[in-house]
Write a protein that binds this ligand. Structure first.
Ligand code: XMP
Length: 323
């Protein structure tokens, strides 16, 4: 029988048996997957788990605060926050290729964890031998680990791991789809805002800037993304869409007219999609007045953006993310 209770019970037992009296660390990304994976492992091994939140500078507005406050309040879990923005930005400097960006971000992530691990080990306790990851079933399938399908994208939490990985992985959500993960999270007592959170990719805004990733571009995209999210929430549309990537076409410029005259700015792409499991998706038919408000606000409030465009492609042929 598939029930959330059974899934939790089964995983808790398996995790306890696997970890024994050793310790585990878990990276929190701010998303549902890592939060539920961490909460599940915390249920199994309590204080033998330390969560590490890497602020890679590719997060959306307010995301770090949400992890620090809401998640810790809900789980009581031990959390270490690492500010690694400069490290990620210098590793990404000059890189435009999407797969290369993913590999760099994945690699730096693991390196930062290794540093955090060293510090946690140094605090005198059992060996830290395990790394918890919120890998879902669709991630496994799309990276070729499931039914032999071709590797579509090297998702950083599956195919993009470096070869010098030192941890044994715990992936308690490996057999679950997103809606099942949300039910498990709810059963574990996580707050609604975390459980119902829309998916956000591990590499963050790094793969939502088409072109090189820089601090300036990230700040610009963060503003545009915050406006889109604010308006979608205000319109009560959060439950109707699966997610809405907001993408900056950093290498594209177009002519506009704003304020006193001619501008030569960047386009922002809105990519609202509806989906059951992210394997396939359709573009969301958002109300025109909501689109109009988002467009007006972004072009008024975000410097260097003079155009907002809507992505009306389903998946396939387009993936949900642009990179
Ligand atoms: P695509 O773009 O492949 O995305 O249609 C499918 C779903 O996966 C998310 N996504 C990722 N999640 N690490 C993640 O944890 C990644 O590298 C990654 N790439 C894409 C995407 O947001 C969508 O929900």
């Amino acid at each position: 029988d598939w029930t959330t209770g059974n899934v939790i019970e089964e995983q808790v037992e398996a995790i306890r048996a696997l970890v024994g009296d050793k310790r585990a660390i878990c990276g929190l990304s701010g998303g549902v997957d890592s939060a539920v994976a961490a909460a599940l492992v915390a249920r199994a091994i309590g204080s033998q788990l330390t969560c590490v939140y890497v602020d890679h500078g590719l997060m959306r507005k307010g995301e770090t605060e949400q992890v620090e406050k809401d998640f810790v309040a809900a789980t009581g879990v031990k959390l270490v926050v690492v500010d690694a923005e400069e490290r990620f930005l210098s590793a990404l400097a000059g890189v435009s290729d999407p797969e290369e960006k993913r590999k760099i971000i994945g690699r730096e992530f693991i390196r930062v964890f290794e540093q955090a691990q060293a510090e946690i080990i140094a605090d005198e306790g059992p060996a830290v031998e395990f790394l918890v990851q919120g890998t879902l079933y669709p991630d496994v399938v799309e990276s070729g680990g499931g039914t032999g399908t071709a590797n579509i994208k090297s998702h950083h939490n599956v195919g993009g791991l470096p070869e010098d990985l030192e941890f044994q992985l715990i992936e308690p959500l490996r057999k679950l789809f997103k809606d099942e993960v949300r039910m498990v999270g709810q059963e574990l007592g996580l707050p609604e805002e975390i459980v119902q959170r829309q998916p956000f990719p591990g590499p963050g805004l790094g793969i939502r800037i088409v072109g090189e990733v820089t601090k300036e571009r990230l700040d610009l995209l963060r503003e545009a993304d915050a406006i889109a999210r604010e308006e979608l929430t205000a319109a009560g549309l959060d439950r109707d869409i699966w997610q809405c990537p907001v993408v900056l076409l950093a290498d594209v410029r177009s002519v506009g007219v704003q304020g006193d005259g001619r501008t030569y700015g960047h386009p922002i792409v809105l990519r609202p999609v509806s989906s059951e499991d992210a394997m396939t998706a359709d573009w969301s038919r958002l109300p025109y007045d909501v689109l109009a408000r988002i467009s007006t606000r972004i072009t008024n409030e975000v410097r260097d953006v003079n155009r907002v465009v809507l992505d009306v492609t389903s998946k396939p042929p387009g993936t949900i993310e642009w990179e």
